[in-house]
Every structure is written in structure tokens, then in C-alpha cells.
Design a protein around this ligand. Sequence first.
Ligand code: KIV
Length: 285
Amino acid sequence: MFLKIKNKMTEKATAYLSGDTRKITTYSLQTMKQRGEKISMLTAYDFSMATVIDNAGIDIILVGDSASNVMIGNATTLPITVEQMIYHGKSVMNAVKRAMVVIDMPFGSYQGNPYEAVANAVKIMKETQADCLKLEGGKEIIESIKAILNAGIPIMGHLGLMPQSINKYGSYGLRAKDESEANQLIEDVRLLQEVGCCSVVLEKIPAELAKKVASELTIPVIGIGAGSGVDGQVLVMQDMLGLNKGFSPKFLRRYANLYDVVTESVQQYVRDIKAVDFPSEEESY
Ligand code: KIV
């Protein structure tokens, strides 16, 4: 009996592999949570990779402000601008047919007054035609969140480790490990749900706390470094594909070693050119 139920869950969870090409929306996420199907989410910042991961069946593509680190080479997410996020957002939107596309509002674009926040949110939505925006923070930015939601724009919250606040924390260590920060997180996440956020990312917090939050909330909770008791998982694509050799946090699972694959391919290409082996006659006109 248990096995039958388990097999049924797996069938549902792999519906995308059997050609279900229906667009993922905020409604689909809600349905996934209700039926216990885990949500898959990955970052992408450009047309080529977004095409691959959309066709591979990812549920949500996050145009993360981690583009600041992995695409531009900045030390933090703080320098990336609204215009740069729009550039990456458009590139991804040009590729995606099925996944829900969420774009991070960059540092400084929503923490001021709510009018500026709405203006920036509307600009990003108009110019990219994305499906949803993600903002870091709880009660300290709640007026901006409400104003953006009032404009009809769905919001994914982001609590726990919030990289845009790295200068306040001073480290990328585990968050909410003490009771007062954990209580604050619970208060904030309840508030995000109450005002109408469609989901929330919890980054680098104890698994028990994340599980408790996910079981209390009716909106989907997506974790990164937050254990398996949440409704879905997100990773930065460059990290999970092994392009970022120096980054090995405990929560990261590497599914490929693209750094070595690309290095070996490029070295072979160089050798072939030097040896006048490439192009061959068959590769010439
Ligand atoms: O910008 C990003 O990639 C993110 C994920 C780490 C959740 O916010």
C-alpha cells in the first residue's frame, strides 16, 4: 500500500518528463505544495542556459542577483543595477516556454520609499515580461512589498541569509540559529504570507526551523541550505554544475564538473589548432 502511494507521488513528481509543457504559474506552485510535489528551482542569466534548463524541466528559473557574482565577477550582489537585471531577465525570457521566471530586485531598488519600489518593479516587469519578482527582507520592507503587490505583481520573499545585507552580517554563515533571530524569521515569514507573497525562499537556516515554517505556511517555501523539509530547492546553476571551483558550502551538491569539462575541451581545441588538425577537409568548404 505504502509503495503504491510512493509510486503515485513519483509519477506526479515527474509529470514534466512525460511532456507536460503547461506554463508554471503562481497557481501551479500552490497546487504543487498542496499535493506534496517538490518544486525545483535554478538560477539562469542568459538565453543559452535558460533554454537548456527550461527544456530539462525545471519548474522555476530565478534570474538571481547572484549574476553580480557569477556573471559579472563582483565580490557581492550589491553592485548589480536594475538595468543589468533587466538585461539578464530579457535574455532568459527570450528562451523560456514552461518555467516560471522570477527576477531579483537588486539592492537599493526597493529598500527606500514604496513609490520608488513600485516604479522599479513595474520597469522590470514591463521590460522583461517576467512572471514574478523576489525581494529580500521582512517587516523592514513591508510597505514596499505591499505597494508592489497592489500593482498586481507577484512577489517571492527571501529570508534567512540575505546576501544584500552581507555588510550588516559580516559573514555568509548560518542564520537564525539563536532563538531571537529564529522568532524574528517566523514573524517575518508569517507577515509575508499575510500580505500576499506567493512563496518565499529561506536561505541557510537550520533544517528544523525551515521544516517548521514550511509546515505552518500555506504558500510554498523554497530552501537553499535549509534542509529537505521545505517545499522545494534552489541552487545557483554555476555552483551545481561545478563551474565555480572555489565554492563548496555544505549544502551544495555538484551534479557535474563543468570547470574540468570546459578546460579539457578548450585545451584540446588549442592543441588541434596548433597541430593544424582543425579544421579538417570535412570541416572546410
Ligand atoms: O540570487 C540568487 O541566486 C538567490 C538564490 C541564492 C536564492 O537569491
